[in-house]
Ligand binder design. Structure first.
Ligand code: TYD
Length: 135
């Protein structure tokens, strides 16, 4: 997997005077079936989340509120995606190093993934990640 496999996906949006609506569904807007949803919120200024890769998990991240940056690294290149609209989401395949940072006040990050939580799927050591990418 490389940064070329990462996709910023625009979601459907229904603009309405009563308020707007966006959505995503399994394997329509996103290329996997959702097994888990979680969200990150109340992040103090200057804090970072993530700082790891997943061995096999794929995920999709939406800034439901506020903004934050997703910094991605495939072992060769590094790219930052700034998420600040609730009708865009970032698809991240497995084996991409990822860190969330620069959270605005009231930022709300929704993350859905194709696997339930498993500590064994995490790679916390960047050296180990690099070796896997080479191998
Ligand atoms: P972690 O994935 O390390 O957070 P981040 O990558 O955003 O910095 O998770 C923090 C803690 O929450 C860790 O103890 C595991 C737990 N956790 C779950 O129990 N279920 C989950 O779905 C997630 C994402 C984390």
């Amino acid at each position: 997997m490389t940064l070329d496999d990462v996709k910023l996906i625009q979601l459907p949006k229904f603009l309405d005077e009563r308020g707007n609506l966006s959505f995503f569904e399994n394997e329509n807007q996103i290329p996997f079936s959702i097994k888990r949803s979680y969200w990150i919120y109340d992040v103090p200024g200057g804090e970072m989340r993530g700082g790891h890769a997943y061995k096999s998990l794929q995920e999709f991240i939406v800034a439901l509120s506020g903004s934050f940056d997703v910094v991605l690294d495939d072992g060769r290149d590094r790219k930052t995606f700034s998420l600040n609209r609730s009708y865009y989401g970032l698809y991240i395949p497995r084996l991409i190093w990822r860190q969330l940072e620069n959270f605005s006040t009231n930022a709300l990050a929704l993350i859905v993934s194709d696997q339930v939580y498993s500590a064994e799927d995490y790679i916390y050591d960047y050296e180990e990640f690099s070796k896997r990418k080479e191998g």
